[in-house]
Ligand binder design. Sequence first.
Ligand code: M6R
Length: 607
Amino acid sequence: MCGIVGIVSGLPVEDRLFTALRRLEYRGYDSAGIASIEDGAIVRRRAEGKLINLGRVLAEHPLNGTTGIAHTRWATHGAPTTSNAHPHATGEVAVVHNGIIENFKVLRDELMARGRHFESETDTEVVAHLISELVEDGVSPVDAVRQTLPRLRGAFALAIMFRRQPDMLIGARQGSPLVLGFGENEAYLGSDALALAPLTRRISYLEEGDWVVLTRAGAQVHDVANQQVTRAVVDSGVSSDTADKGNHPHFMHKEIHEQPVVVAQTLRSYLRRLEGTISLPIPEFDLAGVKRVTIVACGTSYYAGMIARYWIEQFAEIPVDIDFASEFRYREPRMENGGLALFISQSGETADTLAALRHARGEGQKIAVVVNVPSSTMAREADLLLPTNAGPEIGVASTKAFTCQLAVLAAFATNLAFANGRMNAADVRHVVRHLAEAPAALNAALGYEDEIRTVAQSLAEARDVLFLGRGADYPLAMEGALKLKEITYIHAEGYAAGEMKHGPIALIDEDVPVVVIAPSGPLFEKTVSNLHEVQARGGRIILISDYDGIEAAGAGCHATITMPKVHPLIAPLVNAVPIQLLAYHTALVKGTDVDQPRNLAKSVTVE
Ligand code: M6R
């Protein structure tokens, strides 16, 4: 998390740094700050809270420097206060940082023992002091950075500015993303291509361990062994248009409503509707040889992966393992040759997922990545890139990325089954026909928003909420609980409906609403039995099903939400809509910040 940006220019940089920060605010909004060099001194402007607060400070005290660095923070070490806001600086050096310096305590003690004074509680400030100490002793900025980087443990993307060399910045990358940008007589550093898009589309991606000296004339890149290297300059392909909310009150609302269009857009890259076939972006990728699939992801992407496990096991009859990236990477599982490791990520930058990907690569796995940001690190490290064409997702709560992931994963599972001879051409045609119906069904689901808004009124009063489902609706139940937790701050749990009687049913009383996701299908009767068990204990049921399901089981429920009747394959996509809208409208009743909920950030680039 945290977004960093730097500009070396002959013209004032404040406005452009601020614009870039706006495009990085999805990475964190605990505080923000900018530093530049004016009249031979490092000058900083910082403010706690959202970027708008920094905007107010800059309006009163503008910066005129022509080289600068800037930061938007997701707090890891130290409270979200102004004194902990980046840039961190000494008289000689200013630093912005995304990542965690794991050995900062040792370094801080060492620096303090030598008389250095710290003004923040952050891990980052040690970087400023280590470099500054050397520069103050007459070491050149480049050598000071070269000597300091090997002392840092953990993850970092850094942009470093020097008082005595106002026409230069140094950047460094280890474990956190950093890109270079090139303009007319100026150069840039940024956490992603999106931040730099209004400045340039000519960018280079730094590799792990790279560090770079940036001047107006361009960039000199060094690898981890300090050898000068060349990194390709490519077109980022990212538009400079700022995402806007259109007629919607929040990005999340807009993104929920975009789902019919973006799912159709995503499916267009995979389905050959007329032929009734599915093709992946790399048709020559050998899926027939895949003997085992390991799915790894975090958060909402993990729940998409759990749903995909049902599909892969059922269609392709191939064993599937699944794990949270944060657990997988430290289990260090041994993986047999011939396996495919499948990583799912909206951002393509989630630190745990990326580390897990690299572990799987080390274990000889082929790497498939379902990702929404085509320029992301994961996309670049994939053998088989499976893009979701959801467009930029700005709301912290993932919505349209999830349904697009499901669309891609359904297509992938089908292709895997076909390649392994478990499905024939007629089976594939059948799947294609149903997947092609998903956008219209999503559209129909959105038509029930008023009904869902009414249900949300009662949910907003609850302290705890349970979500239940079976089969693919079990991960969906967990996704529903996650959505509710993250934007309404109501405690919620997603459970496998059949597990209730093994413990959680003790929680049931009239104050705990229970959202049951039970579309018609092979598991309907079983889920309804569990629903009755809850009802018999006074539980308040909110039933999400199709017309037939509501007819069969709606009696005695506190509320029902009717969804269009669809094939079980696309039911998880369609039923994602009511759980997203329930969370959204409950948040509106509670008055929480829908797009930027407390304590969260969109892209989790620290472990
Ligand atoms: O970018 P990723 O898909 O890798 O992100 C994974 C999670 O951080 C993300 O899905 C998170 O759980 C969302 N805020 C959920 O809405």
